[in-house]
Structure formats: C-alpha cells, structure tokens
Design a binder for this molecule. Structure first.
Ligand code: FES
Length: 118
C-alpha cells in the first residue's frame, strides 16, 4: 500500500451546550470532515491523503480546529467553505494559508492568547 502524503485530522468533538471551552462540532454532523473527504475525492492525488475524524485536539477556543501531518500545520476557525482552498493551497501545493493558521504562540494555551488578535 502506498504511503500517505498527509493526514488531515479534523476535530469532530462534541460537548454539551454552554461548556466553557466550546467544541468544534456542536451539531455532531461531522460536516467539516465530510467536506474534506468529498473535496479530496475530486482530485487525482498521486499519493493518498486521508481526512480523519479526530477527537479534541486541545485547541478548542480556536476551533473548529484542523491539523495536517506530517507538515504540522494547524488551522483554526475552519468552515466547510475553506476546505477547497485548504486542499488546493496546502495539501496539493504546500502553501500555508496564513489567515487560517493558528499561530504557534496560541497553540496549547487554552485560549489565553487571543486569536485573531483583537
Ligand atoms: S473540541 Fe475541537 S479542539 Fe477541542
């Protein structure tokens, strides 16, 4: 089996309404992961790329959160409308979309560092 070029981990974690950290998939529909899976199918990829359902990625305050490995690119506030651009720009062409990238200084801070900056 061919190696995977990338794994796109899409947080599909659901928490009860009103939880202090919120969650990335409040209606439990996995619509974001499904959008990635559908978009990837449209492209003839030389090496396979998977869009995997993930539990909490611990970037809840910046969610919906997505991380692409092995590139270690973290995206936040991702909507299904962003998916075609992420696939073309980042997955196919290796470019980081800066306005979606969670800055390194925000990762694992439980939202204590505001992003986007006020
Ligand atoms: S609920 Fe999605 S990162 Fe925590």
């Amino acid at each position: 089996m061919a190696r995977f070029a990338s794994h796109i981990f899409v947080c599909c974690n659901v928490r009860e309404p009103g939880h202090s950290r919120g969650c990335c998939d409040p209606d439990g529909s996995e619509s974001l992961r499904n959008a990635f899976a559908a978009e990837l199918k449209k492209h003839q990829l030389e090496l396979p790329v998977r869009a995997n359902r993930a539990g909490c990625l611990d970037q809840c305050e910046y969610g919906p959160a997505v991380v692409i490995y092995p590139q270690q690119i973290w995206y936040g506030r991702v909507t299904p409308a962003d998916v075609p651009r992420i696939v073309v720009e980042t997955v196919l062409n290796g470019r980081v979309i800066e306005e979606l990238q969670i800055p390194d200084q925000c990762l694992n801070t439980k939202g204590k560092v505001p992003w986007p900056a006020p």
